[in-house]
Ligand binder design. Sequence first.
Ligand code: SF4
Length: 477
Amino acid sequence: MRKIECISVFDMLKVGVGPSSSHTLGPWRASQRWIDELKKKEIFNEVEAIHIDLYGSLSLTGKGHATDIATILGLCGHDPVTMDIDIINPEIDKIRETGKLSLNAERTIDFSIKDDVKFNKNFLEFHPNGMTFRATLKNGKKTSSSFYSIGGGFVVKKERKNASKKIKSFMEFPFSIEKATELLEYCDAEDKTISEIVLENEKSLRSEKEIDDGLRDIWKVMLESMYIGCHTEGTLPGGLNVKRRSFEMHQRLIGDEKYDSPESWITAIRRTEVKFRQILKWVSCFAISVNEVNASLGRVVTAPTNGSAGTLPSVMMYYMVIENHEATFKDLKRFMLVAGEIGSLFKKGATISAAMGGCQAEIGVSSAMAAGGLTELLGGSPAQVLMAAEIAMEHHLGLTCDPIGGLVQVPCIERNAMGAIKAINAAEIALESDATKAKVPLDKVIATMWDTAKDMNSKYKETSEGGLAVKVNLSDC
Ligand code: SF4
């Protein structure tokens, strides 16, 4: 029997803390898993000292991506979904000042952020995002464990080919999907839309009420991240002096409209005069706002990564405030189910890790996800949905990852706006096309993206050793 990884929409869309899913959320989760390991081995209470080694891309861009902070917060027992983000900096400052860390909020040990988190430039063999946790026990014995953050907040311990076996243990979905062609066959055979097929798979994991509650939570965080971004002035942290742009952009767009909550904000936007230029500006504003929140260690939804967290929400907002003022949760649900499935096709057939595939794996995939979701909402057939996803990725192929200063700011924030606009464009082209005659099937573009990823020089894969990251002088910023 063929073994196909079961990836839920809740694996692709996760609530987390910025700025990066692979460099912040993943390492944070790895710390939590290591604490669990220590407990299972019944040596948690014996730990006297801890040392963290970050390797490869986690080291090269780890400072800008707050990888050190994320691992420490995980060791302290904080969870990225529930932690009050306002206490992150005070918590880290306290550890820095006292030299003490509260392990899983249970035991205090000595810990020096400067000496006990090491950024190693060498790469571990299996994956560019490697990290090793080391502990010294009271009896002098040492223990260690390595983890790999493979993108989108996913963390594994072993090789890629074995890693997928860890996820959901290969439990069977009613509709096992590895390739887009299989998804299309199920839609044809069952006379269902893509979201209906994906919903059947999700229902094998949890009740429909749990699915709805989970997706409502996801949307709430997406909407709040746009709202917060559009209402926050100032400069982003990290030293690049990047000014937050969505605040003033939003002020000019919203004008004198009144509102007092994220929900009434949506209605207020619908009342504004929207011409073509304003559409482009609104979509850009939504996308930029999310990624400004992400860049300042705010709460966003990983979709499929934190660096690309703005694309999906901005396209969903486009649908709600431009295309369909009567949009309901049912529409959001369909959008997210389709988007999640398209993201999972890329994860299975290629990668959603910039350290493996450059920015095509982040912004490219998010754009394809958004294009597919929007196309279904606009009445596209399953074939047109897949065609839209294909078009969106086709025009991101080869996109490099070269964040200046290792910060998820330049070019990352604007790239989300580009990904969103391309997604809308891809949906419109697909809707005007006979998708049964598409020259480039989605599966082929996924395979091409993976080949391109493998051929890409490592300096363009989230190392900040090439592209804009070396061409732009930090001291000029
Ligand atoms: S350049 Fe793209 S892939 Fe790289 S950190 Fe920025 S958004 Fe992520």
